[in-house]
Design a protein. Structure first.
Length: 296
């Protein structure tokens, strides 16, 4: 009979984690990624592995993060069970063991692909709040704003992940996977962006992964996006892509500027553990950016 064990990952597991991950996904992860994400993180992070006969066949990561409403969230990342071992209850066992390590979380969430979404719904009872599509702008056209195209409301009450300066340094300045650029206005508002080349189309994108404003206002957002577009054009980038949820002011500004929705496979799923935060079951209470997902 096979011996199954779930335990916390240690640094010496990293080569086997890389091998397991890269055998399943087109987007490859390095040893540096696992060390940065799990052993050099500014946030409390757990990574569990499941072994069958001393061989690692699955993993489940959990970042412990704060939201702007004071809630503590466990964000699942790097969820994987090797194909030959799926359908045996190992994913649920692994996930529940990892989540139990943290006694203080109010909810759990994930920004998952379709396979991850289905696994979290079926095995863990998580709720899918929204399918997140990209917004794209081709840089061969000019920005032409139609301010009356969509009604404009503020986003002051929306809940988002807390982004501190310490987090920004870890997330963008010492990230081993990507190189990011900070585009700053005269009023010290800024965008974090990275350049990404689509291997299939050979198009070079400027990903706007995070936007930081002193106050959420139409003109501030518009000015910052225009500055980013000028910067991207000067570096011969062909298109800009970002995230914005349809109920947000950011979405309305981007649509008015000519950004177009492009389908992508990314889903936001949650499970509330503390019923004080049941209102977070509605996507209309959330504000999310690309940088909230570990793959950007």
């Amino acid at each position: 009979m096979s011996k199954i064990r779930v335990r916390k990952a240690v640094k010496s597991d990293v080569p086997n984690l890389v091998k397991l991950m890269n055998a399943q996904y087109t987007r490859k992860k390095s040893k540096k990624y696992f060390k940065w994400q799990y052993f050099n993180n500014v946030q409390k992070t757990y990574l569990s592995v499941v072994e069958v006969d001393m061989t690692i066949i699955g993993m489940f990561g959990l970042q412990i993060r704060r939201l702007t409403n004071g809630a503590t969230v466990g964000q699942a990342i790097d969820m994987l069970i090797a194909p030959n071992y799926r359908g045996q209850g190992l994913f649920k066992f692994l996930a529940e063991t990892t989540i139990a390590y943290s006694k203080t979380i109010d909810l759990v969430c994930v920004l998952a692909n379709l396979v991850g979404k289905n696994a979290c719904e079926k095995n863990l009872g998580w709720l899918t709040l929204h399918k997140i599509d990209s917004l794209n702008f081709n840089l061969d056209k000019q920005v032409f704003e139609q301010k009356n195209k969509l009604p404009i409301d503020g986003d002051i009450s929306l809940v988002r992940f807390k982004h501190t300066n310490k987090y920004h340094h870890w997330r963008f300045e010492i990230n081993p996977e990507y190189r990011y650029k900070k585009i700053v206005t005269k009023s010290s508002e800024y965008i974090f962006a990275k350049v990404f080349k689509d291997r299939k189309t050979d198009v070079q994108y400027g990903d706007v992964v995070d936007i930081e404003l002193k106050s959420i206002e139409y003109d501030r957002i518009s000015q910052l996006i225009k500055i980013a577009i000028r910067d991207f054009r000067s570096h011969r980038i062909q298109a800009v892509t970002t995230w914005a949820l349809p109920h947000t002011l950011l979405y309305k500004v981007l649509i008015n500027m000519g950004f177009l929705k492009v389908e992508q496979e990314r889903y936001f799923c949650i499970k509330i553990l503390n019923h004080r935060f049941d209102y977070l079951k509605s996507i209309n209470n959330w504000y999310l950016v690309q940088a909230d997902a570990e793959i950007y």
